[in-house]
Design a binder for this molecule. Sequence first.
Ligand SMILES: C[S@@+](CC[C@H](N)C(=O)[O-])C[C@H]1O[C@@H](n2cnc3c(N)ncnc32)[C@H](O)[C@@H]1O
Length: 244
Amino acid sequence: MDTKIKIPDGITPYYSTNLGFLVHGDCLEIMPQLGEVDLVLTDPQYGMEFQSNYRIVKHDKIHGDENLPLEEIKMAINKAGAAAYVFCRWDNIYEMPKPKSVLIWMKNNWSMGDLKHEHGRQYEIICFYSKENHVFKKRIPDILKYRRTGNIYHPTQKPVGIMVQLIECNKAVLILDPFLGSGTTAIACERLNRQWIGIEISEKYCEIAAKRIEHESKRPTLFKGSLEVKPKTRKQIGMIKESK
Ligand SMILES: C[S@@+](CC[C@H](N)C(=O)[O-])C[C@H]1O[C@@H](n2cnc3c(N)ncnc32)[C@H](O)[C@@H]1O
């Protein structure tokens, strides 16, 4: 992609590269200011007030995690000219618009949950919505196996690899993630040389996302691929301002 992405009038990005830009704000207010995109790839909060009990250094609670943000999700799906992927949990899928496919992200661990009455859950769901002019570059099956990330940068951080695979199998040029979190979708786009728009309401995560995207955008093309550079600890890489 040789041309720099055009930033719509009235939008001041928090961070930008040649391929994309990140807006700090509420996606419900920002999305109406954007034109149509080809693909939406997003991971909204699941509406479960998630805060892991298994971390020594705890992340803050996720903004708006009291409810599934249905209005925002529907608006995002409408913004997609070709298709949309929306991550969700098995127990809120009945609230979602009916998808064309349900993809499974199979993880290398399973949740504890109710040890007596519930099976250990080893997957998360991705709802896929395709429109008339959607075209696959290479059709893939609906079970995707990726190791969990360890959530170094964000409490519900997704693997870069799964985002790369979901983008790569589509012909989309411009990709939107209105719930960008720590920037994973934008990193995948940078890796694949696709254009991207990210929106994130928390300034803390905008800062983390900007640093991760900057790091990715400066990697020599030779080293771009499906592997993410993994820091050993948050402090070691010095990329994250600890929450106050
Ligand atoms: C589940 S997380 C996304 C994590 C991301 N996939 C990653 O790998 O880091 C959802 C994010 O959406 C943000 N968010 C919540 N409500 C929002 C809104 N109305 N507009 C924009 N961002 C929002 C939260 O702050 C959170 O970082």
